[in-house]
Unconditional design. Structure first.
Lengths: 164, 443
């Protein structure tokens, strides 16, 4: 089975099955379109990804390597967040910092399914909470000038869920 | 030692605080996340901080989950300089537009329902209709309901619609206002994909035919009419717009649907009568039709129509009379859904024929309250092996019938039954069945 080498931002080298590495659209493009030849033994540099995060992502990719290609989504369609498989749910039981780092790395590596499952996890942390509870969850400071929040609340009253 | 530990944990806390601040992550990531929220959750999320508010307002995909609604109930709360979100759909309901609104370049869908325009002084107020194309430069879908009654300046409506010709592709006018109806057919430069319109009164066949001939892109049409010559108009429309996919007609007279001959691409057909109008379904059927809805009509020519409409999957009859008609048609294997409501009238003989001819039914809803002893459940068990959803709400279902349904309906997922004469034991047994979603009505 063919393997390739990846090098993270902190200089750690990983030897990875090519098939697993190709879960990343970015790496796939490098191999297939740009024609980087992994046989040279040269490591592909991933300058935006730290080794601890890449390690985690490779665990995910290994588990999902045989997943079928997901259907193309309609951008306007309502997105579900209750369809996270239990393996992914356990996988993402990490601190917020790691969760976001995984998501950013997945974004850089172009791994749509992983991005989606991270986004759903964060969306579930937002759902059902008041603005104040959301702030506490994500440690966000309320930086509105006095009165502004009430103004937004008033304008929100003129908005409603679109049915289509 | 203890000081060291305390200090260290403080540092970790500071670090995590810094790290979890949302500013560290690019807006695309947040957009991605917010796209998984519903419209109402998005509104709440806007209240969190300035950055989130701006990310949300700057993302058209998120704005598409919302619409703006002004109605009389909230009129007094409206602030004058209402800075609107770039939302693409707005409805204004029972509202007086006193001051012409600002420029809304993003608005694509607008509903005006019982809107008045108070122009006490023409020197001060600009007429909303005169500046329509300036304030809504991208308007695609305009729905106007009942405005002629409230002093809205109807004469200016047609010019306003004409001015939107380059963007408008859907127009709905659910009212009969003489001036507009006279002028609307003159809109021959507007190319519409969807039209919903009353063509009464003062219906002039020639002008309307000319109007429809200028609408080759039309694929969705709703017409309300009481006029006898509508049949001719609809034939003309069919000839002019061969790609029509959806047609909904409201008629108040005996009606023949022979115009379907000219609409070979129709997929959805809905016909509303007023009180049991006799209608004749086109004897050659409709080759691409998948859905047929009939409301308040006496149906004639049912079998031949079904027989020659091979793609038909769904039939809905509300308030319809379906007299027994002999059928020598083959089995209609594509029909998956049959819905007959409590105001319809279908004799048992006809129902038997229907269930025999539609062996692939997956959803069957039957509301007729006539006395069909246990015949219907028995027929269903005998014939419909693929039935997934069953609704029998019109008359009480006996214990024996319930057992039949549960035993034979192997594919059943959902039942809705009238439980008036069921024993408590039967009800409990039904509810205990874990394969089945059960709804029971008691009257």
């Amino acid at each position: 089975m063919s393997t390739i080498k990846l090098e993270t931002s902190d200089g750690v080298k990983f030897t990875v099955k090519t098939q697993v590495a190709k879960c990343s659209g970015t790496i796939r493009t490098m191999l297939e379109d740009i024609g980087i030849n992994p046989q040279d033994g040269e490591a592909i540099p991933l300058s935006n990804v730290h080794s601890t995060i890449l390690q985690k992502i490779l665990v995910w990719a290994e588990h999902h390597v045989d997943d079928p290609e997901p259907p193309r989504e309609d951008a306007d369609a309502a997105k579900r967040t209750d369809d996270i498989c239990s393996w992914d749910e356990d996988f993402l039981k990490v601190d917020q910092r790691t969760l976001f780092d995984v998501m950013l790395a997945a974004n850089y590596l172009d791994m749509k399914q992983l991005i989606a499952v991270c986004c759903k996890t964060v969306a579930n942390m937002i759902k059902g909470k008041t603005a104040d509870q959301i702030r506490r969850t994500f440690n966000i400071e309320n930086d509105f000038p006095p009165g502004e929040e009430d103004k937004i609340r008033l304008r929100n009253q003129f908005c409603e869920e679109r049915s289509r | 030692m203890s000081t060291f530990v305390a200090r260290r944990s403080l540092r970790i806390e500071q670090l995590t605080r810094l790290a979890s601040q949302s500013d560290l992550y690019p807006p695309e990531i947040w957009e991605h996340i917010f796209r998984h929220l519903t419209g109402l959750q998005i509104l709440r999320t806007r209240l969190v901080c300035r950055r989130w508010r701006d990310i949300i307002a700057g993302c058209p995909l998120l704005m598409r989950k919302l619409r703006i609604r002004f109605d009389n109930r909230r009129y007094r709360e409206l602030v004058d300089d209402f800075p609107l979100l770039p939302i693409t759909e707005m409805s204004i309901l029972e509202y007086s537009v006193v001051v012409a609104p600002d420029w809304w370049p993003w608005l694509e869908e607008l509903t005006l329902d019982k809107v008045e325009y108070d122009h006490y002084d023409d020197n001060v107020y600009t007429n909303l209709l005169d500046i329509f194309e300036k304030i809504f430069p991208r308007l695609k879908d305009l729905r106007i309901r009942k405005i002629g009654e409230n002093g809205f300046n109807v004469e200016r409506l047609v010019p306003a619609i004409r001015a939107l010709a380059s963007t408008l592709d859907a127009l709905e006018m659910d009212f009969a206002e003489v001036n507009v109806l006279r002028d609307l057919p003159e809109l021959t430069r507007t190319r519409l994909r969807r039209i919903s319109v009353h063509v009464d009164p003062y219906f002039e066949l020639d002008r309307w035919s000319r109007f429809f001939r200028a609408q080759p892109q039309l694929d969705d049409l709703v017409i309300f009419t009481t006029n006898l010559s509508t049949n001719l108009l609809v034939c003309d429309i069919g000839r002019a717009v061969p790609n029509l996919k959806r047609l909904k007609l409201h008629v108040t007279n005996t009606f023949s649907t022979d115009f379907l001959e000219f609409m070979p691409n129709l997929e959805y057909f809905e016909l509303h009568g007023e009180v049991f109008e006799d209608i004749h379904l086109y004897k050659r059927g409709s080759p691409r039709l998948t859905e047929l809805h009939l409301r308040d009509v006496d149906v004639n020519g049912f079998w031949p129509f079904l027989n020659l409409s091979p793609l038909l999957r769904r039939i809905v009859l509300h308030g319809c009379t379906l007299n027994f008609q002999t059928s020598n048609v083959k089995a209609l294997r594509n029909i998956r859904t049959l819905e007959i409501d409590e105001d319809s009238n279908v004799p048992l003989k006809m129902l038997k024929a229907l269930l025999r001819k539609c062996p692939s039914l997956e959803e069957f809803s039957f509301g007729c309250a006539e006395d069909y002893p246990d015949a219907v459940p028995l027929l269903i068990c005998e014939r419909l092996k693929r039935l997934r959803k069953l609704s029998l709400r019109g008359y009480p279902v006996t214990n024996a019938s319930v057992d039949h349904i549960v035993q034979h309906g192997r594919a059943l997922e959902e039942v809705r039954l009238n439980a008036d004469v069921m024993s408590q034991e039967t009800i409990e047994r039904l509810l205990a069945n874990s394969n089945l979603q059960v709804w029971l009505d008691q009257y």
